[in-house]
Design a binder for this molecule. Sequence first.
Ligand SMILES: Cc1cc2nc3c(=O)[nH]c(=O)nc-3n(C[C@H](O)[C@H](O)[C@H](O)COP(=O)(O)O)c2cc1C
Length: 176
Amino acid sequence: MIICACGSRSGFTYTMCSEARDGFLAKGFGVEVVYPIKMNISHCTGCGSCENGRGCVIDDDMKRIYDSFATSDIVVLCTPIHYSGSSSVIKTVVDRFQTLWPKASAGPKYMACMMCGGDAEPEFRGAMHVFKALAITAGSEWLGDLRISGTDSKSPSDIREECKEFISSISSGAFM
Ligand SMILES: Cc1cc2nc3c(=O)[nH]c(=O)nc-3n(C[C@H](O)[C@H](O)[C@H](O)COP(=O)(O)O)c2cc1C
């Protein structure tokens, strides 16, 4: 599953996800891409109802992501950098995985991320901490991360090649 936190279909994050989807399909894998911005996903309220594996009480589109997360071999988290962190779109999804805490076993075998920022040297560490915390909580092995900088002076087609190479590198490693 690719979790694509794009804001629109004309941007860099959508391009990263399209390349990732095409790369996995070319390797013969089934791929589901989800677009949280188009889904009805509420914020985690920290109510604690999910403790001890009881699942989330909120009835919304996270159900589709929970199902896919539990059955995918690999989950790739894709986000633009917003204010030196991940976008709020994907952070909302990550927070809803409090359902996994503290059991580190219910996730995909592998996780990875793809990030892009407008600055010449974006601050990627905040998003990395969040994504790796999810991987640890899910019991997933971290396959790698793609960090694309300088998008303010690029067009989405400029980044296709590095996305292709990244997907090729992670899918020819332990995953295969
Ligand atoms: C709300 C907001 C905050 C941003 N903050 C940062 C930032 O802290 N660092 C950075 O390098 N780029 C920042 N950017 C620029 C985006 O990361 C960059 O334009 C990215 O390529 C957008 O991806 P998209 O085309 O998928 O929307 C910000 C953009 C927005 C809209």
